[in-house]
Write a protein that binds this ligand. Structure first.
Ligand SMILES: CCCCCCCCCCCCC[C@@H](O)CC(=O)SCCNC(=O)CCNC(=O)[C@H](O)C(C)(C)COP(=O)(O)OP(=O)(O)OC[C@H]1O[C@@H](n2cnc3c(N)ncnc32)[C@H](O)[C@@H]1OP(=O)(O)O
Length: 241
């Protein structure tokens, strides 16, 4: 672990370790991050205007769902970026983060209209939106070598509250979906059938909720390590995927 006096040399070592990426990759990442920042900003403005007009969050999801689905699905490119090695992120960490979001959007909130007005949905929508505006603007300014300190500070401090809040919103939403899923047996396959396999979406959702117990602390600890590295210049040795 480096002391704060070593910060200069730590940064130099970190920079020396960075693999240079091609101009095309850099241009693509700048475009991608600007597009994502703009997309999440549009969502923030739409949500704010909806609430100002209607004075309630009922109907909010329905009004922003197309934009949300588009930009959250576009985030699959993040897996492509780490697989191609053009960003130095872990495929595993990014994979868990992106897949759980895609799952929440497509297989829970989009599929079950009856839960779209739940408080949990509002909670994760607000938290994701704040997080992503900060995260993608961080990447954009970083690539342009003009990163304002307050964005760096926000990226590596606000998650301390936003991450648990987002997870709470997601878990509340899945929990609210359970009675409907049990009643309708949606996405479930009962025996006997021609494939001779059974699948119960209700129990699958319960196992997804349980998987937050081992996975979320690992993501949170990963972010705390990143925070120490970026804000305090500590050298963190992480195991490869
Ligand atoms: C099929 C059903 C599956 C169900 C699974 C259920 C399991 C669920 C468990 C947990 C669920 C999490 C739920 C989650 O949705 C909740 C929320 O998000 S709530 C909102 C708060 N969230 C956050 O604050 C998210 C914080 N997390 C992260 O940011 C992530 O860990 C991650 C996005 C994965 C980032 O990971 P990592 O630390 O590896 O990346 P860095 O940002 O530090 O970047 C590392 C370097 O790469 C550069 N980089 C990365 N991306 C880009 C990019 N797009 N453009 C340019 N550069 C990029 C970055 O600058 C760093 O470079 P350097 O080291 O050189 O500075």
């Amino acid at each position: 672990m480096a002391s704060s006096e070593d910060e200069g040399s730590v940064e130099e070592k970190e920079n020396a370790k960075k693999k240079p990426i091609s101009a095309v990759a850099t241009a693509w990442l700048i475009f991608y991050n600007i597009a994502m920042t703009a997309g999440w900003l549009v969502l923030a403005i739409s949500m704010f205007r909806f609430y100002m007009d209607k004075g309630t969050h009922k109907g909010l999801y329905r009004s922003i769902q197309k934009t949300l689905k588009f930009f959250q699905t576009f985030a699959l490119f993040e897996l492509v970026h780490c697989a191609l090695g053009i960003v130095r992120t872990s495929v595993l960490v990014t994979g868990v983060q992106v897949s759980s979001r895609i799952f929440m959007v497509w297989f829970i909130t989009n599929s079950i209209k009856q839960i779209q007005n739940e408080n949990g949905v509002l909670l994760f929508l607000v938290v994701w939106t704040v997080t992503e505006i900060i995260r993608y603007s961080y990447y954009t300014f970083n690539l342009l070598n003009h990163l304002p300190y307050f964005i760096k500070w926000a990226r590596y401090n606000l998650f301390i509250v936003l991450y648990p809040a987002g997870v709470a919103g997601e878990l509340l939403t899945i929990y609210a979906a359970l009675p409907y899923v049990r009643k309708t047996a949606m996405y479930s396959l009962r025996l006997p059938n021609k494939y001779n396999v059974s699948f119960d979406y209700y129990y699958f959702l319960i196992s997804v909720m349980c998987s937050y117990i081992p996975l979320f602390p690992q993501l949170y600890l990963h972010m705390l390590r990143q925070r120490r590295r970026v804000l305090h210049g500590e050298v963190i040795v992480e195991k490869d995927d």
